[in-house]
Design a protein around this ligand. Structure first.
Ligand SMILES: [Zn+2]
Length: 137
């Protein structure tokens, strides 16, 4: 992978841009694929879509032993976004004992770490505040 490509992916990852298969609707994230994983279209025709910045916790772990610089215990979750892709991220603004499978969370762009003076951003997830007017699931 070339450096410009790494930066493009990092940028799109931060913006939550996915690629929807025009044949079956499966969404690839964070990279555009050549072949659709669901319908096997090859080459697949993907259209760029802005993903909804929320989803549900599919599974999680609470890390207790990490290198210096990390605050522990640190909950990490696999989140299934509303549009389908599954992503891995830190859970913030939530006590580890309050994390549950199925919990509604929203993505939040945060500084992950600093490297050579440059801030590296990525999203983290925090509990989603649901408005009372929100219907359905
Ligand atoms: Zn497809």
């Amino acid at each position: 992978m070339t450096a410009p490509e790494v930066w493009r992916i990092a940028r799109e990852n931060a913006r939550l841009v996915g690629y929807r298969c025009t044949q079956c609707g499966w969404v690839a994230f964070p990279e555009r694929k050549r072949v659709c994983k669901r319908c096997r279209a090859a080459p697949a025709d993907f259209e760029e879509v802005k993903l909804k910045p929320y989803g549900q916790v599919l599974s999680y772990v609470v890390q207790h032993r990490l290198p210096a610089g990390f605050e522990t215990p640190l909950p990490l979750a696999v989140v299934e976004l509303a549009d389908g892709p599954r992503v891995y991220g830190h859970l913030v603004e939530c006590a580890p004992e309050d994390v549950e499978v199925g919990m509604e969370v929203e993505a939040d762009l945060r500084v992950m770490y600093e490297e050579n003076g440059a801030r590296v951003y990525s999203y983290k997830f925090r509990p989603r505040s649901l408005e009372p007017s929100r219907g359905g699931s």
